[in-house]
Design a protein around this ligand. Structure first.
Ligand SMILES: CC(C)(COP(=O)(O)OP(=O)(O)OC[C@H]1O[C@@H](n2cnc3c(N)ncnc32)[C@H](O)[C@@H]1OP(=O)(O)O)[C@@H](O)C(=O)NCCC(=O)NCCS
Length: 161
């Protein structure tokens, strides 16, 4: 497994995070909706808004960093409500296929139960996203419903903590 350090998102992560999103834009867009040009144009304001949400306890944004401080991936918990949150993750193309998402999701599930006091997580993945579905199955998520996500057939998953 590729080694990484997991850190909660901070203001000073902005340049490394922007580089990660820029370098991997086409890679992500092959599996999930593109963030759009506005995301990159308004990155600093958005970064500040995410930190404000995190400070309010509504979201927990985690970065996976290598020893040089470069971002290898992200695992986010958003929309905390009633003891549950929605899990989302993405890994850099150059770091993919080496167990990073699986290990990081496991770590975030543990944090969610202990540090954040959550009792359940949910997630969604399109049927054509085999890597994401593999990660969710390996980390204890169970399919609970057939849904549509960005116009494509998808599955909703849940995991008690
Ligand atoms: C999904 C994603 C986060 C997986 O990250 P990762 O670090 O490569 O994941 P892992 O290495 O922990 O596990 C992925 C597993 O899926 C498998 N996999 C990858 N692509 C696959 C495919 N097309 N078909 C079947 N299995 C596939 C990998 O081989 C690996 O299994 P293995 O360990 O048995 O080889 C990464 O591919 C990504 O960022 N994709 C774009 C964004 C995205 O789809 N995010 C999820 C939104 S729901």
């Amino acid at each position: 497994m590729l080694p990484f350090r997991l850190q909660l998102l901070r203001a000073d992560h902005a340049p490394a995070l922007l580089a990660f999103e820029r370098e991997n834009r086409a890679w992500f867009a092959a599996s999930i909706p593109d963030r759009g040009d506005d995301y990159f144009a308004d990155f600093d304001a958005r970064h500040a808004a995410l930190l404000a949400e995190q400070a309010a306890g509504v979201c927990f944004f985690h970065l996976l960093l290598n020893d040089d401080g470069a971002v290898l991936g992200r695992v986010n918990l958003i929309d905390v409500a009633d003891g549950a949150a929605e899990l989302g993750f993405r890994v850099a193309e150059k770091a993919a296929g080496r167990g990073l998402a699986t290990a990081a999701v496991r770590e975030v599930c543990a944090l969610a139960a202990t540090a954040y006091g959550l009792t359940a997580l949910h997630a969604r993945a399109t049927l054509d996203n085999a890597a994401s579905r593999t990660v969710l199955a390996r980390t204890g998520f169970t399919p609970t419903a057939a849904i549509t996500l960005t116009g494509r057939p998808a599955t909703r998953y849940e995991r008690p903590l």
